[in-house]
Design a protein around this ligand. Structure first.
Ligand code: ZN
Length: 441
């Protein structure tokens, strides 16, 4: 084929996937185009207009929940708070906090008694094994997808474009067929293992990809292999997006070398939906039209402003976050507030001989090394017994670097915890979600 024929074929292919995408949209998310158009308009709003919209949505969702949900009617009454008390955004603090155990135990009562034209079933699988199933009304589902696609648009990406996907791959033979079929429909291909031949085939497919997404640890692993084996580097990638996992600063160098972009972050969870999306200037803008975010004792408390079928109001999601000062301006021009960083999961404790510490300390230890000494490390901390920690570090450390790490560890845990540092550590599994702290206690 000549060059023009190749590009013609590519154009047809791209048109085909746009058509498939449009059909899927019409069937599943009839209101998505309207929401996308709205979000492309509202992304130009100033902060006053955004907050005015948030207040209006908050009032609406709180009234709706009070009227149609048995759970909210009861908890608001018990807290002696009425929807009419919400006169400003800060009034949200008058409402009770929704705990994870409530959304599971009171699932039926939280669901609103209202006949929606169309709902989608959403499922989460909690790390502790309790899974949550709830109905997301079509409008909220479409809003959520539109918000993600707006994030894509900031990077010049259309969702139907060719994309490489990095996700867990413990599939049975039947699941593999299903996955293959769904991937085809979405113009998507994925890595199934890192064995020489199969990975090289995957790397060849990447040459045509326009974006890649999934677990950042797997994106990093692939970038390293491409660099090490000197494979041809993809030139058409416009966005590398990491989800559901910590994105280590140490990833960026290899990833930029292999794919030409750093890993950007999408911050979302099933219950509240998409909460923030990183812009090309490297700032995670809150999805203010969709969620109201509060920070209390370093924890995120989030209210979904769009979902009426299963209202999520002041939900303790379980993440520690850091917010940028409200005055921080982003060079991209968007006024939406900025989430500085998602710093860790709550409820993961580190046990010393005498005291208990939050796993957040690991975040500080490694953040300090990066900030003070420009030492960016990929780590995993393991606790098997009380008073003992193993620090597995992927990079090789020299004596000075080891000393710096030791100083930081002692700084946070003093002599309450003994520790071992293993550098040059190779992870056994790179085919699933990777955790920065594993406790067997
Ligand atoms: Zn920005």
């Amino acid at each position: 084929m000549g060059k023009s024929e190749v590009s013609l074929e590519r154009t047809y292919r791209s048109m085909l996937y746009k058509i498939i995408f449009d059909i899927g949209k019409r069937l599943r998310n009839p209101s998505i185009d309207r929401w996308f158009a709205f979000l492309k308009e509202s992304e130009k709003w100033d902060i006053e207009t955004l907050e005015k919209y948030q207040l209006q949505r908050l009032q609406e969702i709180v009234s709706f929940a009070y009227e149609h949900s048995e759970f909210y009617r009861k908890t608001f009454d018990e807290a002696k708070v009425h929807p009419s008390h919400i006169q400003s955004l800060s009034d949200v603090t008058k409402l009770p906090i929704l705990e994870k155990k409530d959304v599971i135990a009171c699932n039926a009562q939280i669901h609103t008694k209202f006949k929606f034209k169309k709902v989608h079933v959403a499922t989460t699988s909690g790390s502790t094994g309790d899974s949550l199933v709830f109905n997301r009304d079509e409008s909220a589902d479409s809003f959520n997808r539109a918000a993600i696609f707006r994030g894509y648009s900031w990077h010049g990406v259309e969702p139907w474009q060719r994309n490489g996907y990095f996700w867990g791959f413990d599939f049975t033979a039947f699941e593999r067929i299903k996955v293959w079929f769904l991937d085809r429909l979405q113009n998507r291909f994925r890595v199934f293992n890192y064995q020489d031949r199969e990975f090289k085939r995957f790397a060849r497919k990447l040459l045509k990809a326009q974006y890649i997404h999934g677990y950042s640890s797997m994106i990093y692993q692939s970038a390293k292999l491409i660099n090490q084996w000197n494979l041809p580097k993809p030139k058409n990638i416009k966005m590398v997006k990491g989800t559901s996992e910590k994105i280590y600063d140490s990833y960026h160098e290899e990833v930029i070398k292999a794919f030409g972009h750093k890993v950007i972050s999408e911050y979302g969870a099933t219950e509240p939906g998409i909460m923030a999306f990183e812009c090309p200037e490297g700032n995670m803008h809150m999805n203010m039209e969709g969620v109201l975010i509060e920070k209390i004792d370093n924890e995120i408390i989030v209210t979904n402003l769009q979902m009426k079928s299963f209202p999520v109001i002041r939900y303790r999601l379980g993440d520690y976050i850091e917010l940028a000062p409200k005055t921080k301006q982003c060079a991209c021009g968007r006024a939406h507030y900025i989430v500085e960083e998602v710093t860790g999961r709550i409820g993961e404790n580190v046990y010393g001989n005498k005291q208990v510490y939050p796993s957040l300390y690991f975040y500080y230890i490694f953040k300090n090394l990066g900030k003070k000494h420009n030492l960016k490390l990929t780590y995993q901390v393991v606790q098997e017994t009380k008073g003992r920690l193993t620090f597995n570090i992927e990079e090789k450390l020299n004596q000075d670097q080891k000393q710096l790490l030791e100083n930081e560890i002692v700084n946070y845990f003093s002599d309450d915890i003994a520790y071992t540092i293993t550098d040059g550590f190779k992870k056994e599994k790179v085919n699933s979600k990777s955790k920065s702290f594993i406790s067997y206690i």
